[in-house]
Write a protein that binds this ligand. Sequence first.
Ligand SMILES: Nc1ncnc2c1ncn2[C@@H]1O[C@H](COP(=O)(O)OP(=O)(O)OP(=O)(O)O)[C@@H](O)[C@H]1O
Length: 322
Amino acid sequence: MAAIELDGVTKRFGDDSGVLDSLRSSTEADVVTAVRDLSFTVEEGEVFGFLGPNGAGKSTTINMLLDFVRPTSGTVRVLGHDAQKESVAVRRRTGVLPEGYDVYDRLTGREHVEFAIESKESDDDPDELLSRVGLSQEDADRRAGGYSKGMSQRLALAMALAGSPDLLILDEPSSGLDPAGAREMRDIVRAEADRGATVFFSSHVLGQVEAVCDRVGILREGELIAEDSLDSLRDKLESESVLRLEVDGDADLDAVRAVSGVSSVDYDGDKLVVACESDAKTSVIEAVESSGATVADFETDSASLEDIFLAYTEDDREEVPA
Ligand SMILES: Nc1ncnc2c1ncn2[C@@H]1O[C@H](COP(=O)(O)OP(=O)(O)OP(=O)(O)O)[C@@H](O)[C@H]1O
């Protein structure tokens, strides 16, 4: 069964166009389409990486899974439940690590976790959960208001794990963690998947996602622009190259973009950087030269996963060379 199913989901903020003119408070400029016609499925037991640059719509999507935000159109199902009509059932079976979790200053770490355990009606041992995320007994007895950022993040993860949820939603889980903490978090994600939980993991840090996820979805400006297993993305990479060209004169970037097999064209300093299929390299050089510029020199390397992510998510706007 699918753990998460989105079908044609759009979310517009600030859109009160259905409201009487006299009551409208927003102008057209206030309307933001955070997510546009988004459809995807995450299967039970999968670790799904939800990638995208800042403002791509990741948190909005997560908030719709939990019914904190309602879609303007489309349907959202979580663990077989309608996310709007059965949000209580969804939340009971879901552990959430929200982005930038704010602790309750006056409660101790243990009290936070006890609260999470109670709300999940579970009989978990709070100290066990705290030690799983690397917080000691002494830490557990301290008020969380004095915690460091990384400690607060660990505490939030312990709370998300309470009650062995069927679905874990982790929004930027490694933010604030040191490298050891980030690795421990990844180990926990894998252990949770091994016990059968589904993990939905949002991040703009590709390395984190790469290390734990079976499949990724890449969001850009509210639209899903790629959804694939990491292996397929890697296969794709093998046939991709990045060309760095030293160009004299002004190359027509649109002509280069139009070459079949080219996925992105941009300036990096004074170098023209073109991501393309390996067998399109000659056509790229020809396109640059026939647009009136001269290729003085070039180098080529195979694309890293990072390059692909950037190629998918970066804006194609022409940048003026420095
Ligand atoms: N409550 C809101 N009111 C108006 N606009 C909003 C609201 N929440 C989000 N947005 C807008 O929706 C878009 C997507 O935001 P969202 O927070 O979902 O992105 P994100 O991918 O989680 O970004 P980040 O990686 O920076 O957390 C942004 O343009 C944002 O300004």
